[in-house]
Design a protein around this ligand. Structure first.
Ligand code: UD1
Length: 343
């Protein structure tokens, strides 16, 4: 089909993918979602329909199934690809690394092969600040901070993904790539129509906070109180998922307008670090709910402190975070309350 603004969004029904679909649509793109819903929830389609005013176009396809995926490349002439589809649970990746390498690397290889075959030359990859490992001296990392060994097979798949794209770009100069290195995505759409659906017990901090506050979890465990930080707890850069989604739109616009070769890594974060205890205090302030929490041992493999230098995102993509961490926490809380209403 000829729609000159079609963008393939693999993993478009997932947490970050679904918010990106909304922002792309609002910006005049025509998002085509590919997702097999193994880690997402079908009800996201209802939320997207309400936000977009029309049903999103989606195909239930596993990106590892190249034959099925190729049919879409024959049907649409994509202007670009945003590749989200991947596993992302650190612990699970340690337990079953091959599952991670198969899904995250094979999926990327398939999408890249089809991109080259059908001349789809604008490519945005979902990478992660995990590629920096534990920052040595400076906790504020820029794209020039040397990469170091990630703490998990999941992290390795992101590092290998970036390397793979660099090699592909070197041999195909028309293929333009932006690796977006996400810091810690949190929050939900302000409308509470879409958000995150953690499967099982959440691993990430904010879903655990909201689930504890609503009573789904008994108590939040704060992993470690003896780190060399102001209050002894780990520090992260929490970025609102809608700001992160917008970064993908800006990256796609940038690639479209770029006439020379391009392979860039760009940090997507707020530039501010927040400790776990600060997150808890902000949550209690924003929600008015007293959180049940206690200290526990350190979690193996945790980075102590990391936050983004987000200057390049601003300079190159004309992007910066607009939402505050209070907004993100409020939207996450509103979404949690909405999930309960719908159970
Ligand atoms: C984790 C992954 C990272 C991945 C990201 C995806 C690790 C070591 N890193 O990041 O590679 O890209 O998720 O979103 O798993 N915390 C608690 N109690 C909890 C949950 C978390 O104290 O119940 C703490 C953690 O120890 C950490 C902070 O909260 O200090 C943030 O944790 P989390 O949300 O899991 O994010 P990351 O560890 O930064």
């Amino acid at each position: 089909m000829k729609n000159n603004n079609a963008i393939l969004i693999t993993g478009g029904a997932g947490y970050i993918g679904s918010h990106t679909v909304v922002e792309l649509f609002k910006a005049g793109y025509y998002p085509i979602i590919v997702d097999d819903f193994r880690n997402s929830n079908k009800s996201v389609i209802e939320g997207l329909t309400e936000l977009m005013g029309e049903s999103p176009i989606f195909y239930v396809i596993d990106v590892c199934d190249k034959t099925a995926l190729e049919k879409l490349f024959l049907h649409y002439s994509f202007k670009g690809i945003i590749h989200f589809a991947a596993y992302k649970a650190v612990g699970e990746s340690v337990a079953d690394p091959l599952m991670y390498y198969r899904n995250n690397i094979l999926g990327l290889v398939n999408v890249c092969e089809l991109a080259l075959k059908y001349n789809v030359n604008n490519f945005v990859f979902s990478s992660s600040c995990t590629v920096y490992g534990e920052p040595k001296e400076l906790k504020e990392v820029s794209e020039n901070t040397p990469k170091s060994e990630p703490n998990s097979p999941y992290g390795n798949t992101k590092l290998i993904g970036e390397q793979l794209l660099l090699d592909v770009q070197k041999s195909n100069k028309a293929f333009k790539v932006i690796n977006l290195r996400y810091f810690n995505p949190v929050g939900a759409h302000p409308s509470s129509l879409i958000g995150e659906f953690p499967i099982g017990k959440p691993n990430n901090l904010l879903p655990f906070v909201t689930q504890t506050a609503i009573g789904k979890q008994e108590s939040l465990l704060v992993f470690g109180n003896d780190y060399p930080t102001n209050d002894g707890t780990c520090i992260r850069d929490y970025i609102h998922v809608c700001d992160l989604a917008m970064a993908h739109v800006k990256a796609m616009m940038f690639l479209e307008n770029k006439t020379e070769e391009c392979i860039e890594a760009v940090n997507i974060g707020t530039g501010t670090g927040t400790s776990i205890l600060e997150v808890i205090n902000l949550f209690e302030k924003v929600s008015g709910v007293k959180l049940n929490w206690k200290f526990a041992d350190r979690r193996k493999g945790d980075v102590i402190e990391i936050y983004a230098n987000a200057k390049k995102a601003n300079d190159l993509l004309n992007w910066k975070a607009n939402y505050s961490i209070e907004d993100a926490i409020l939207h996450a809380w509103n979404w949690e309350k909405k999930l309960v209403e719908h159970v």
